[in-house]
Structure formats: structure tokens, C-alpha cells
Design a protein around this ligand. Sequence first.
Ligand code: NAD
Length: 292
Amino acid sequence: MLILVSDAFDPGLPDKLAKFGEVTDDKGRIPEAEVILIRSKTKVTKEYIDGAPKLKLVIRGGVGLDNVDLEYAKEKGIIVHNTAAASSIAVAELAFALMIALPNHISRADQSMHAGEWLKKELKRTELYKKTLGVIGIGRIGAELAVRALAFGMKVIAYDPYVKEHEHAEMRADIKEVLKEADYVSMHLPLTDETKGMINKDLIQHFKDGAYLINTGRGKTVVEEDVVEALKSGKLAGFGNDVWYSDPPESTPLTDAPNVIMTPHIGASTKENLLRIGDIIEELIGEYVKNK
Ligand code: NAD
């Protein structure tokens, strides 16, 4: 059995999997691969699947499966798994880091010090304490963020049409109810027909003036041009963004917008998470081999 490691995983993973068969990172061997391990970079499209006649199992290290043609994989009898639970803490910590960095001007303060400037008077901070966090999509990651926000003395409200009640957040039935109340809005949505372009010009009108937006879910749930306009007008005080229309983005208006902190889709990229993902992959391949 050939296992193709197609994206970046913990360097110890090939050794861990060697007991199941040959492990390679040579993408020229896609036609021979029975198991392919991907993260977000490899796109398992119809064409990709057609070029992998021996493929039986795809494991996506991480959560979002929008880079896999699930319907076609099913048609071809290919099993697709993700490692959904592994990444929650890693992504929640990055969302929290962005939520702290924005009102504390960490990025601008650092850049100005490197440039030999002293912006002590200009850089006025605000606190998270007693502010309201609005979580959009309170699944695994949103819930981890809520717990951390509560520990900082924040109030947590959330919108998620598929969750009626939550132990860490007051639910609101309408997203506008969250937006009008929240000082920070953090997005934790999968990319679906319903969520694509969700944060757009029309909805941004309903945000509290001077709110902060954070997106560590999926880039296309936010219309970048509309967010840039809101940042320029001051409607939004800042935007912390880890996720993009493509990885890396071909071009994005965010690079020239004020008060933006950008990270290159590193939400899941902690050392601990990659180890957790490796453990889950080992289990999943073990199960697959057992049931063969
Ligand atoms: P999850 O499935 O546990 O949570 C997603 C939540 O979104 C669910 O509770 C669901 O009900 C809700 N939801 C779905 N449609 C909605 C809608 N229209 N409006 C409001 N809520 C809606 O998933 P998770 O593990 O919390 O991950 C969330 C997302 O984070 C993933 O889908 C993925 O896109 C993203 N992610 C990003 C990174 C990163 O590196 N930045 C890493 C992992 C996951």
C-alpha cells in the first residue's frame, strides 16, 4: 500500500505510518497511491481523482473539506475523513491572539519601534474586559474561543442557526442581533452556499460602530472589498484575518487597508496540533487496514 503525504504534516509522521506500507511525498506517484494525506493546499478535484485510480482513502488533516470533491469521491467509493477535533484549540488561540493584538495595536507598535518611532501618545489601547464578543458559528472552534473570552471577563453572544442553546454563549436567533451588540465579531464558519459572502456591505451596516472583525473560518465568507470600505470609513475599527480567497491570495485589497492584521492561514499550524493530527491519521489508517 502506498501512502502519499501530499501536504505539510509533522516531520515524524512518515515514520509513524511506515508500519502500514510505503510512505512517500513524491506527487509524481499519485497514480499508485491508495491513501493520500492532504491539508488545505492539495485540491482533490474530479480531475485529481481521475488521475488516482488506486485511491481508496483521503485524509484531510484539519477541518474544512471544501478542497475535496466529496460527491465525486463518494461516487468512486473513496472514503474521505478529516481530523475535525484536533485543530480547535490551535485555531481558537489564533483568533484570540488577533482579538488581543488589534485593540492593543501590537502590529503597529512593533513596526513603529523597529522604525525608530515612539508612538506612546498615539497608540491608545482598549481592553477586552467587559466587552462583548459575538461568535458567528459556535461549533468546536467557536466554543473554545468563547471559553477563553469568558476567562477575560467578556460577555459572549453567538449566532448559529443549528445551535439552539450553548453553555458558553447567549444565543441570538438573528445574526443582526449579534452584530448590533458585539464589540468583537469572530467568524468560525464552514464555506457553504449559505455562508459564502455572508459578511458583505448590507450586513456590515448592522455592526456596532467601531467594532472589530476576526475571521479564522473561511476567507470567502467575507467580501474583502466591503470590509476594506468599512475599515476606511471607520465603521470597522480593525480586521484580523487568517483565511483567504486562495492560498496564498493572488491579490487582496486588504494589504492596503488600515488596521488589518493578516496571517498566512496558520490557524491550525501549531506543533501540538500537527502531532494530534498525526495520531488521528495513524488511527484512521489503522482502522482502514483492519476493515480492508
Ligand atoms: P464545526 O463544524 O464544529 O463548527 C461550525 C459551526 O458553524 C457549526 O456549529 C455550524 O452549525 C455553524 N454554521 C454552519 N452554517 C452556519 C450559518 N449559515 N450561520 C451560522 N453558523 C453556521 O467546525 P469547527 O471545527 O468549529 O471549524 C469551523 C471552521 O473553521 C471550519 O469549517 C473551517 O472552515 C475553519 N478552520 C480554519 C482553520 C484555520 O487554519 N484558520 C483551521 C481549522 C478550521
